[in-house]
Design a protein around this ligand. Structure first.
Ligand code: SF4
Length: 570
């Protein structure tokens, strides 16, 4: 008997009542593997596919089809038979399992769990989490009146069956895991991330859990280069008037008068529709089911709203967000850092992109002025004072904005000028581009924030107002110059957008379809550019950077990170 078994008392978890959700056997497996993983998936509803999870689904394709029949306990006879994909629960233990295969022989039932991959070469024949999962299945069968002597695991990769010995030690470990998982769910105690664990780099939830990033703040460990992989799916923009979007199988068909384009749904992260574009009901249903948000814009690029599915069901993170937003102290502390970061990033933008041919006379004054305001923002008395600092900084930044545009006569450049920021409506081409770029960034962050489980409409600096994605706008502030302004500057300086790509209507200036297409392309390219995270040191696309920041904010709201680290590139 091992030391461990001597410490475990086989106390069953309290019986489940009508209000207690049954714990799936698969989650008990994950709890033993990593308690935080089980909590994130089962309690907070987080999920992300990885190569491992996709392979796992494939390994179950055959058994998931079902087949055979499990007779009632008193009907079992000497015959050998098999039943596949049988779901059963135990109220005593408060657990439920979908059992891949049940082998029935001489009146005894043996649960056989299917696992992808090859049999591991470990003394017990299989890893502990997998044995615990089989043990849950066996105990459920026993509670339903079946006789079980042992379990088994079928390793699809090596086509080997490994017996699972249902001894007292395994049973005690299983009961302990069920009890602890239910206890964590009831007390809403999210387990801490594993420390420097080899499990994390291959965990499908690493990009959501952020184990090393969270540990960096709390324990000071330097993060491993745990590079959250990029989602290869990209936004689909539809902006030709009277285009129709429909669904065919697993593909989206975009039909306009001039052309028909097909895209696989798995390649689409979100759909952005400009002006009079229609979507069929089956296509909308499929997009909602796949949690692909559809954003609606006016013809002029004004962000109107979203159509989304049921969304991320993580209520705990929204509760924590509301608690932070209702606390004046926490909101002010967050807002001070936010305005400081926004002003510092505007300064970084000017410093990096100031064109030498524009002269350097005003540069030092602008740099010093922005630095001073950023510092003062950290000591603001209230949000009103912060708004004043933000206005002062914007006045300095936009008075020098033209210094970042290539002057007339530069290669690839046509005439563009900029004197001051104006909007609603923008009255000149550069302002029209800035307005569209900000709308694109707000839309991107609204969907990013929603995907993390946060409520994009409840901000800490931007206060809630009907239809305003206040939290997305909060998160957007430090990125305005770095992402939106920078894509406008690139589009102008590279000659991607020309002065004849604009149309004026009264005082309003807006982009023609060709210019808008070019600016959207520049914006998406900017999001795809890779940068080093200033704190963690790994390189990710700016698109992924936005998600990392949103998830860090969720961790901050939930108390795992004391101070939210705003994005501050050097
Ligand atoms: S990343 Fe690591 S700590 Fe986080 S859930 Fe996965 S295994 Fe657990």
């Amino acid at each position: 008997m091992s030391d461990r078994s001597q410490l475990i008392l086989p106390i069953p978890p309290p019986p489940a009542d009508a209000m207690t959700p049954f714990v799936p056997a698969r989650m008990v497996n994950e709890w033993v593997y990593c308690p935080r993983l089980a909590y994130l998936e089962w309690v907070e509803g987080e999920w992300a596919d990885s190569a491992d999870t996709v392979q796992g689904k494939r390994a179950h394709t055959r058994v998931d089809k079902g087949g055979g029949r499990l007779p009632a306990p008193d009907e079992l006879d000497e015959e050998m038979s098999q039943a596949r994909s049988v779901t059963m629960s135990s109220e005593r233990l408060g657990v439920i399992a979908k059992m891949d295969v049940l082998d029935i022989r001489d009146g005894v039932v043996m649960p056989v769990d299917f696992k992808k991959g090859k049999r591991p070469h470990v003394a017990a024949g299989a890893y502990e989490p997998e044995r615990v999962q089989v043990c849950v299945q066996a105990m459920i069968l026993e509670d339903n009146g079946y006789e079980v002597e042992q379990g088994a695991i079928w390793y699809v990769g090596s086509r080997e069956r490994v017996r699972v010995n249902l001894d007292e030690e395994l049973r005690a470990r299983t009961l302990e895991a069920v009890r602890d998982l239910r206890g964590a769910a009831q007390t809403r105690t999210r387990p801490a991330p594993l420390e420097n664990s080899p499990k994390c780099p291959r965990c499908s939830l690493a990009g959501i859990c952020l184990p090393d990033e969270t540990n960096l703040f709390n324990r000071g460990y330097p993060p491993r280069p745990l590079n959250p992989s990029d989602d290869p799916a990209l936004p689909l923009y539809v902006q030709t008037p009277r285009t129709r979007l429909r669904k065919k199988g697993e593909r989206l068909i975009v039909e306009s008068q001039d052309e028909t384009v097909e895209v696989r749904m798995i390649d689409v992260s979100q759909v952005a529709l400009f002006g009079p574009v229609s979507v069929t009901t089956p296509a909308l249903h499929a997009l909602m089911r796949a949690e692909i948000p559809v954003s609606w814009f006016s013809t002029g690029g004004w962000f109107l709203g979203h159509t989304i599915g049921t969304g991320n069901g993580n209520v705990a993170v929204r509760e924590a967000q509301y608690r932070a937003a209702f606390s004046e102290r926490r909101s002010l502390s967050f807002a001070r850092d936010l305005v400081n970061a926004k002003v510092r990033n505007s300064r970084t933008m000017l410093r990096r992109n100031w064109r030498p041919e524009r002269g350097a006379e005003d540069k030092q004054d602008a740099m010093a002025g922005l630095k001073r305001i950023a510092r003062r923002a950290l000591h603001a008395d209230d949000a009103q004072q912060l708004l004043g600092f933000e206005g002062e900084a914007a006045a300095i930044y936009f008075s020098q904005f033209e210094k970042m545009l290539a002057p007339s006569g530069s290669e690839g450049f046509d005439e563009f000028s900029f004197t001051t920021r104006n909007r609603r409506p923008p009255t000149d081409p550069v302002n029209a581009m800035l307005s569209l770029a900000y709308a694109l960034l707000a839309r991107t962050l609204t969907t990013t924030v929603s995907a993390t489980g946060l409520d994009p409409y409840m901000g800490l600096y931007h206060r809630p107002r009907h239809g305003r994605p206040a939290l997305a706008l909060d998160l957007m502030e430090p990125f305005r110059a770095i992402l939106a302004d920078s894509c406008v500057i690139q589009a102008v300086n590279n000659g991607e957008v020309k002065p004849n790509d604009f149309v004026s209507n009264g005082p309003a200036c807006s982009l023609k379809p060709k210019g808008r297409k070019a600016l959207i392309a520049a914006f998406e390219r900017r999001l795809d550019q890779v940068a080093t995270h200033p704190l963690f040191g790994y390189r990710v696309s700016m698109r992924r950077m936005l998600e990392v920041q949103a998830r860090l904010l969720a961790r901050h709201f939930q108390g795992e990170i004391v101070k939210y680290p705003h994005y501050l590139p050097r």
